[in-house]
Write a protein that binds this ligand. Structure first.
Ligand code: EPZ
Length: 428
């Protein structure tokens, strides 16, 4: 079985380069179906979610050609409205973007219900609400979402009952080719929604307001191919920022958009990190004591839920009491049991966690229970004394491009091993 093995205690120091954003990449890849032409997508992270998205596209007739380590040519001219194998769709959350893309292009879609990290219920009622408003008859059952229209989707006005990244993205994709103007209100404002809108506008779409809570999509008859580069991953950047603070190191984090990191930067400064911002980089240093803090996760531009496990780990190292209030996912705190195995003192009551920080964390055998929980285990392993072994590393590899070699390049004693009998292997 694959494991990540870390001998903790090293202060991270040097320069790391952030990869393209997972959650933007998967949206853009599925949106290529609506383009029905050839697109070159650059700055794609080498992660399993991207590989699986490309695999799903080729399973319905897209031609995928690697044109560089992080660039692919995606030709969707011959894509058919076929059902993607359920075992593929179930592997990740973003597979439901197939529904919006096939509705836009073909007027119907049958998609296996998505999988993705399991942190409680992940409903799709707002996706159904949007597609229904656009004239589709939607049935969800038997592990599939089946959406059909008489002769294509129609523009509509949609007011989401909650701020949802996925349903906002799916509605943008579904409406990009239909007559009239679709208006999304109470839209999510995440940077990856802006990235998707920019990509589609480069292809000839007419989308305005992305990044605000009102997005207007004026349908166009046809789109054309383009070359597009995915924005840097703000959660990967935030994860490295926390790792620098946790190890008392000094990290130059290159290829970031500081604006996307404002909530994370503010919180880390509050906890004692020193952060210098450049045009497309951050220098994160932590010399003094870490300080406790309180966090409430919110939709962008608030503190991201995908940074909950990482900031909680940092709070464990800060003398005093910290609090995290999680407002997005009811199962987000599943990582706490794993941190407790390393000596963390965290009490969870529903959506609130109280962290009694300051205890020395000690290396242990832990699991990555989901993608960001796995990242938190890495940070805990780097910051504590002794050896930490992390199982289920496939979760981490869903969203972090080359995390082991990036960390090794800045001084971490970290290795990925493939068999349990290598556990005594030196990680120097
Ligand atoms: C996206 O998930 C991200 N995944 C998640 O990141 C991220 O945690 C989440 O947005 C919030 O930022 C991708 O982009 C692939 P939502 P998504 O729809 O789209 C409720 C990671 O680690 N809701 O914004 O599934 C839902 O229950 C992953 O990279 C409904 O009630 O999230 C939640 O409370 C993990 N009905 C809230 O909205 C719906 O139809 C936000 O969900 C849809 C959502």
């Amino acid at each position: 079985m694959e494991k990540i093995v870390i001998d903790g205690g090293a202060r991270l120091s040097g320069k790391v380069e952030i990869s393209g954003m997972k959650n933007a990449a998967v949206a853009v890849i599925f949106a290529c179906i609506t383009v029905a032409d050839v697109c070159i997508i650059d700055n794609l992270p080498q992660i399993s979610d991207v590989r699986q998205s490309l695999e799903m596209l080729s399973s319905i007739g897209a031609k995928i050609r690697a044109v560089g380590r992080n660039s692919v040519e995606i030709d969707t001219r011959k894509v058919k409205n076929k059902v993607v194998p359920a075992e593929l769709a179930r592997k990740m959350r973003a597979s439901y973007y197939l529904a919006g893309a096939c509705l836009a292009r073909f007027g119907s879609a049958k998609v296996g219900l998505p999988g993705g990290c399991d942190f409680g219920s992940r409903p799709i009622d707002q996706h159904v609400k949007a597609f229904t408003a656009m004239g589709a008859t939607v049935n969800v059952g038997g592990g599939f979402m089946d959406a059909v229209t008489e002769n294509g989707v129609k523009s509509a006005g949609i007011f989401f009952d909650c701020v949802t990244v996925g349903a906002t993205i799916n509605t943008i994709i579904a409406s990009v080719l239909c007559d009239g103007v679709t208006v999304i209100e109470n839209a999510a404002r995440e940077p990856h929604i802006v990235d998707l809108a920019n990509f589609l506008n480069y292809c000839g779409a007419n989308i305005t307001g992305a990044g605000t809570d009102v997005i207007k999509i004026k349908g166009v008859e046809k789109l054309h191919g383009c070359t597009y580069s995915i924005i840097p991953d703000m959660i990967e950047a935030g994860t490295f920022m926390v790792a620098a603070a946790a190890t008392g190191g000094r990290l130059y984090i290159d290829n970031v958009i500081p604006k996307h990191l404002e909530a994370i930067t503010a919180k880390l400064c509050e906890m004692g990190a020193e952060i210098e911002e450049y045009d497309d980089a951050m220098l994160v240093t932590r010399r003094g004591e870490l300080l406790p803090a309180n966090v409430k996760t919110l939709p962008y531009p608030g503190f991201p839920t995908d940074m909950n496990p990482q900031i909680a780990t940092l709070m464990c190292l800060a003398k005093g009491t910290s609090h995290i209030s999680e407002t997005i996912w009811d199962g987000r705190f599943r990582y706490v049991d794993e941190l407790r195995r390393m000596g963390a003192m965290i009490k969870v009551d529903g959506k609130l966690a109280v962290v009694e920080g300051g205890a020395q964390l000690t290396g242990s055998c832990v699991r990555a229970v989901d993608l960001r929980a796995g990242a938190a285990m890495v940070i805990a392993g780097l910051a504590c004394e002794g050896r930490t072994e992390i199982e289920d590393v496939h979760y981490i590899e869903r969203g972090y491009d080359n995390i082991v070699s990036k960390l090794r390049s800045v001084g971490a004693k970290i290795k990925k091993i493939n068999t349990p009998d290598d556990a005594d292997m030196k990680t120097g």
